[in-house]
Design a protein around this ligand. Structure first.
Ligand code: ATP
Length: 341
């Protein structure tokens, strides 16, 4: 029997519940400090207790996973806590394409893939002195928005960067990425691509709630102007969104273009769940500032199934369950190689 394993964080509950519902064994690599939390959930069959998630790279942990025929489901925590080299060195089969995760973590590679997929992107700004419009300044990797800031010009950039360095939020030698700020309605478009059926499924949309940029909107301008605090984009949670139906066709096209582009640049392509993240402006034009090449935490809002999956499946289907279904189908038809790397 195949087991499903993941790191205890991000969307692990959804992933393992989905796996259990599909009749698969569930394993959680769990930090000691979170053991009490995860013991509350009876659908987790086995906890592998570690001091740090990096232990997933150790032989001992990989041996346990191997003995259970485990498939590892990558999520944001894996990317945030491990280097691309470390992820690529994992011996346990990783669901989807572990090689594309490097394209998610590295800003230049990310931009290249998005351009290849013809996604409309905000203009990158190569140097602070070239800041002409409002920009957002980001860190490398999946930092979850922590330490990101907005700047109106070079002076503003330097002041805020220095302030965040003095507060210990940024380090002095950190390479920052500057991009024009896109204003509008946030929409994180969640997809699943199956190499078994060669079909792209649109799962749902979420919005992220980020602190304390959202908190700013609750304060009158007078107080905002007096504040010297640099607001951050630290994600706190997600909420659901449904799109105007007239936007759906373009959503599928963007997803398909992304899948095709990924096939061309990073074999075996964008298999499994992924997300295109961006903003709809006043003309309903989408600008994408980011993609995630694996399950996103925003799918947690649809643990009982999403509005768009209820159109495709006559059962409650979460993203966790969809992943487990794919693994089950592939195992039964001897095609596990096709959906793991
Ligand atoms: P993830 O955890 O998804 O990997 P990340 O650290 O790579 O996140 P982004 O998703 O690029 O970061 O940005 C974090 C947040 O900053 C977004 O959710 C969005 O609110 C805001 N943001 C990023 N880029 C832009 C942009 N160009 N215009 C407007 N808002 C933006």
């Amino acid at each position: 029997m195949t087991a499903i394993a993941t790191l205890g964080s991000h969307c692990s509950l959804q992933v393992l519940k989905g796996a259990k519902d599909e009749g698969l064994k569930t394993m959680l690599v769990c930090e000691k400090k979170r053991e009490k939390l995860y013991r509350r959930f009876p659908f987790i069959d086995e906890l592998i207790i570690v001091d740090s998630f990096k232990e997933v790279l150790d032989q001992k942990c990989q041996k346990t996973l191997e003995e259970n025929n485990a498939v590892l489901i990558p999520h944001g925590t894996l990317i945030a806590q491990m280097s691309s080299e470390e992820i690529e060195s994992i011996k346990t089969p990783v669901f989807g394409n572990k090689w594309i995760l490097r394209w998610e973590s590295d800003r230049e590679m990310k931009e290249k893939l998005m351009r290849e997929a013809t996604l409309p992107m905000p203009k990158p700004v190569t140097e602070p002195k070239h800041i002409e419009k409002l920009v957002i300044v980001k860190r490398q990797g999946a930092a979850g928005g922590k330490g990101y800031f907005m700047a109106a010009n070079e002076d503003d950039y330097n002041t805020k960067r220095n302030q965040l360095i003095s507060e210990g939020i940024l380090s002095k030698d950190e390479t920052l990425y500057i991009q024009e700020y896109a204003a509008g309605v946030l929409a994180y478009l969640q997809f699943f691509y199956s190499p078994l059926t060669n079909e792209l499924e649109f799962f749902g949309v979420d919005q992220r709630h980020e602190s304390d940029i959202e908190g700013l909107g609750r304060i009158p301008a007078e107080q905002q102007m007096k504040s010297t605090k640099v607001p951050s984009f630290n994600v706190i949670g997600n909420s659901p969104l449904v799109l105007r139906e007239s936007l759906l066709d373009e959503v599928y096209t963007m997803g398909e273009n992304f899948v095709e582009a990924a096939k061309r640049v990073v074999s075996p392509g964008m298999n499994g769940p992924f997300c295109i993240e961006g903003v709809y402006d006043e003309n309903a034009k989408f600008t994408s500032f980011e993609f995630s090449a694996r399950i996103v935490a925003g799918t947690n809002i649809y643990m009982d199934g999403s509005p768009y999956y209820s159109l495709l499946f006559n059962e409650n289907m979460s993203m966790g369950k969809r992943i487990a279904r794919e693994i089950k189908t592939a195992t039964e038809s001897n095609q596990l190689d096709k959906i793991t790397t």
